[in-house]
Design a protein around this ligand. Structure first.
Ligand SMILES: [Zn+2]
Length: 90
């Protein structure tokens, strides 16, 4: 089974605007870093939204999950211009 590209799948998705790491507000036009996971039943799901303070690499792997860090621009409640910066599986 082919998984959809996280960058394509998360583009335009709604997300929160408070950094999950430092609690700073992310404003429209700011860069956001997003950690998301993929489980077959759910597809790509956003787990954490961070401002520039966030990590660009996945830390310890989570069992059974395909994990990704994407960089995006936060735009009026959505992610745009999403690019994959790290992924646990090729
Ligand atoms: Zn932050």
């Amino acid at each position: 089974m082919t998984r959809p590209s996280p960058a394509a799948e998360l583009n335009g998705v709604q997300c929160g605007h408070i950094c999950d790491r430092c609690n700073r507000g992310i404003r429209t036009g700011d860069k956001a870093l997003v950690y998301a996971t993929y489980y077959d039943a759910d597809g790509w799901v956003i787990r954490r939204v961070m401002c520039d303070c966030g990590s660009r690499t996945i830390g310890l792997p989570t069992d059974g999950a395909d994990e990704v860090i994407v960089e995006a621009v936060y735009w009026r409640g959505r992610l745009v211009g999403v690019k994959t910066v790290d992924r646990s599986r090729p």
